[in-house]
Design a protein around this ligand. Structure first.
Ligand code: SAM
Length: 419
C-alpha cells in the first residue's frame, strides 16, 4: 500500500502546536490529552485528534515530549552513563494508520473467550470453500474473532451467552457489518439453527438459514450435529429444526416439509468443528458418520514462520552473538586472532596509505571481501516460535448433495445422449 507522509505541522495536535500551549506537567498534559482521547504506547503518545480523519496508510508521529518527560529520559541516561547530548528533544516514535481488516481485529479484539486465530480461520474458510455468496453459520460466536473473518460470506453466528451476544452485536454494528452478519441468541444444542425471518408485513417465520458451510466452536459439537440436516427424508431420531440448505428435490419418501426458499441453489454442505481434545474429536466423528457426512478428516494447524538466513563468515547471524559455550570459546579465539591481525595491519602504513590516497578503492576492496565472505557463509533456518495459534483439532466433513431418483434418471438420459 502507498504510504502518505504528512507534513509535520499536520501531525502535531493543534492544541499543542506552540510551545506555550503545551501543558507543563505530565499530569496536566495527560489530562488534556485524555479529555480528547489518547493512545499511550511505549513509542510515545498519539492523541486521537492526530489520527481521526486522515487517510489510511498515513504515518503519524508521536506527540512531542513534555519537559518533564525529557528530563526523566535525560536522568535515566545520566544514571546509566549514556551520552545525554545525543538525546533528541522530540519523541521519535511513529505509527501507521491502517484500514481495519478481520486479521487486525483478531490481533487486537477484547478477549471474552478463547478465540480462533488467523492461521486457523484462514485454513477453515478455505476448506469450507467460503466465498462471497456462501451462507456460513457459526456456533458459538464468543469474542467474534472468527465472525469477522467469516463475514466475507453471508454469516449467522449463534451464541448462548447473553452478554457476549450483546457485545458482539454492538461490535458488528460499529464495524458496519450488520446486514451481512446476524447474531442469534440461542443454545444450538437444544434449539437448533432456525432463524426468524419476515414473511409478510407483520408475520415472521422460523426458517432455515440455508447454510452451505458450518463452523462449530462448541464444547460438545456432536450435540448440535443432529440439527444440521436437510430433512428431505423423515428420520425419526432427528429433531425437527434444521440449519442447512435443502436438497434440490425431495426423493421418494421425502418429507413434504419445505425448508427455506433456496432449493435452486442446493449444494454439498461443508462443516468444520474446532475441539481442543482428541476425545471430543472421536465423539464428533462418530456422530458425523451416523448422520451421513463423508470425507471426514482431522487436521491440526501448526503455523510456523521459518526464517532462512545466511550466517556471516564468522559463523553467526549478523548482529547475534554465540549461543553455546562452544560457540563463545570459538568466538574468543577468533577475536584474539582478529586483534593480533589488526595490530599488525595498523602498524603497516600501506593500508592506511591506501585509505588516505584512495578511500573509494579501499571501501570497494573491503566490500568485495565482505561479499565473498557472505557467499561462503552457511545457510541456516530458524523457526519463529511466537505465532499465536490455538492448538485445537479441526474436523472437516462434507454432507453431499442428496442424489434422488429424478437426479439418477436425468444423469442416465445425459449419458445416453453423449455416448
Ligand atoms: N469462535 C469464537 C471466536 O473466534 O471468537 C470463540 C468461541 S468460544 C471458544 C465458545 C463459545 O461457545 C462461548 O462463547 C460459549 O458461550 C458458546 N457456547 C457454548 N455452548 C453453546 C451452545 N450450546 N449454543 C450456543 N453457544 C454456545
Amino acid at each position: 500500500p502507498s504510504i502518505i507522509h504528512l507534513k509535520r505541522d499536520l501531525l502535531v495536535p493543534l492544541s499543542f502546536q506552540s510551545d506555550n500551549a503545551e501543558p507543563e506537567t505530565h499530569d496536566a498534559r495527560a489530562a488534556a490529552y485524555n479529555s480528547k482521547g489518547v493512545l499511550n504506547t511505549r513509542f510515545g503518545d498519539f492523541p486521537h485528534s492526530s489520527i481521526v480523519g486522515i487517510p489510511y496508510g498515513s504515518q503519524v508521529r508521536a506527540a512531542p515530549l513534555t519537559n518533564n518527560q525529557q528530563n526523566r529520559k535525560r536522568k535515566r541516561k545520566q544514571d546509566t552513563g549514556e551520552d545525554v547530548a545525543t538525546e533528541p528533544t522530540t519523541s521519535t516514535g511513529f505509527l501507521h494508520v491502517l484500514a481495519p481488516t478481520a486479521e487486525l481485529w483478531t490481533a487486537s479484539l477484547p478477549h471474552r473467550t478463547q478465540v480462533v486465530y488467523t492461521p486457523d480461520s484462514s485454513f477453515i474458510l478455505h476448506k469450507l470453500q467460503v466465498r462471497p455468496g456462501s451462507v456460513l453459520i457459526e456456533a458459538g460466536a464468543g469474542s467474534g474473532s472468527f465472525t469477522h473473518a467469516g463475514a466475507r460470506a453471508a454469516y449467522s453466528g449463534f451464541e448462548f451467552h447473553k452478554e457476549r451476544v450483546q457485545k458482539l452485536t454492538d461490535e458488528i454494528e460499529r464495524h458496519g457489518l450488520d446486514g451481512l452478519v446476524e447474531i442469534v441468541h440461542r443454545d444450538v444444542c437444544k434449539d437448533g439453527f432456525l432463524v426468524t425471518r419476515k414473511v409478510g408485513k407483520q408475520e415472521e417465520e422460523d426458517t432455515s438459514p440455508g447454510a452451505t458451510a458450518v463452523f462449530l466452536d462448541l464444547p460438545a459439537p456432536w450435540l448440535a450435529l443432529p440439527h444440521l440436516t436437510r430433512r428431505t427424508r423423515p428420520t425419526p431420531s432427528l429433531p425437527t429444526s434444521t440449519g442447512l440448505t435443502p436438497s434440490p428435490s425431495p426423493g421418494p419418501g421425502a418429507s413434504v416439509e419445505k425448508i427455506g426458499e433456496t432449493t435452486a441453489t442446493a449444494t454439498a454442505v461443508r462443516i468444520c468443528t474446532f475441539s481442543p481434545c482428541i476425545e471430543q474429536v472421536t465423539r464428533t466423528v462418530s456422530v458425523l458418520r451416523k448422520l451421513g457426512w463423508v470425507d471426514i478428516e482431522m487436521v491440526e494447524v501448526q503455523h510456523r514462520r521459518i526464517e532462512v538466513r545466511r550466517l556471516n563468515p564468522k559463523g553467526y547471524e549478523d548482529g547475534a552473538g554465540p549461543r553455546t559455550v562452544g560457540e563463545a570459546v570459538q568466538r574468543l579465539k577468533w577475536v584474539g586472532k582478529y586483534r593480533d591481525h589488526k595490530r599488525e595491519k595498523d602498524s603497516a602504513d600501506s593500508t592506511i596509505a591506501t585509505v588516505k590516497q584512495n578511500p573509494t578503492e579501499a571501501w570497494k576492496t573491503q566490500n568485495n571481501r565482505e561479499k565473498k565472505g557472505a557467499k561462503a557463509g552457511k545457510i541456516v533456518t530458524r523457526i519463529e516460535p511466537e505465532i499465536k495459534s490455538h492448538t485445537s483439532y479441526l474436523v472437516f466433513a462434507v454432507l453431499p448433495r442428496e442424489w434422488t431418483a429424478e437426479d439418477e434418471a436425468a444423469a442416465q438420459t445425459l449419458v445416453k445422449q453423449t455416448t
